[in-house]
Design a protein around this ligand. Sequence first.
Ligand code: UT7
Length: 332
Amino acid sequence: MAYAALRSIGAYAPKNILTNEDLSKMVDTTDEWITKRTGIKERHIADKDEHTSDLGVEAGKLAIERSGIAKEDIDMIICATISPDYFNMPSTATIISNKLGLPPVTAFDISAACTGFVYILSIAKAFIESGMKKNVLIIGAEKLSAITDYTDRGTCILFGDGAGAAVISATDNKEEAIIDIHTGADGTYADLLMTPNGGTGSPHDSLEQEAGACFMQMKGNETFKVAVRTLTKDVKEILAKNEIESSSIKHFVPHQANYRIIKAVGDALKMKEEQVVVTVAKYGNTSGASIPMAINDIYENGTLKKGELLLLDAFGGGLTWGSALVPFSPIK
Ligand code: UT7
């Protein structure tokens, strides 16, 4: 049986930065409130003509280059996004695939909100272990600024744009292999985080009504509590199942939604500060891109080394959740 290995990571953040100071001129908020309640200082915002696929292409290019695998050998691409270039079709994955000049391989999107990257990691692993695919490019890409209501201070302070990508490849070496991935979902919490309009669940009578229809809405405080509970439970389960102590985790990479959530989960798991990867201050919440962008940060600053164990942990709209135990296994 083939195993699946994380070969490389790449990420991209658009150049424009939206600071807390900028937001305080747009809605009734302050840098102090945002910093204290979320830990976020700034987020990157894509240009008007820069699409989700463009962010994904930049991240994907880096991940392919760093993998040492020729782009002609990529045999599947999956994109996790809740802000696709086009709703319904074509998928953002097919657009990225075309822009990257990949062969005409299997390409599709999935929608699991902030858990998207863990979901596509699990799909890549399953395809590789079954022998159906050998080299899968997975990308979490979001232009959340396009679905954010910049008159709603409860959400607009949180979200940013960006993309993160990884190449997952077949290996015979069990030491290099992704150890385990858990994913789950509970639709009873569907109304906590929604883009309530624009779909068949809320059909519109006229095009005018559709304008601005796809903004995110969130019950922030309830989501916060469910997030801490879910993230903690999920990690405890995957560690127990694999008989791994939290102290053996080199890098705990939780979804970057709010520093207070990250801190509460880290403390509940008795993680030391140096184990927990935190990038929320500079990117905000980039949904499906947040985990690969965070892994890319520790790769680029030299903290992440070959063979080290990553523990990923995400939750998001749906409600979805997922965790993964992943050694970093570059070829070189
Ligand atoms: O990735 C997907 C999942 N999303 C999340 O994980 C987000 C989870 N939730 C959160 O991060 C937090 O709930 C928020 C940061 C969104 C809000 O923080 P909170 O501590 O839960 O505040 P709250 O919603 O309980 O609101 C407290 C007060 C309210 O005022 P009153 O009713 O006490 O007078 C809000 O109106 O803070 C007010 N408020 C603000 N004040 C200044 C809400 N947003 C703001 C704001 N600036 N931006």
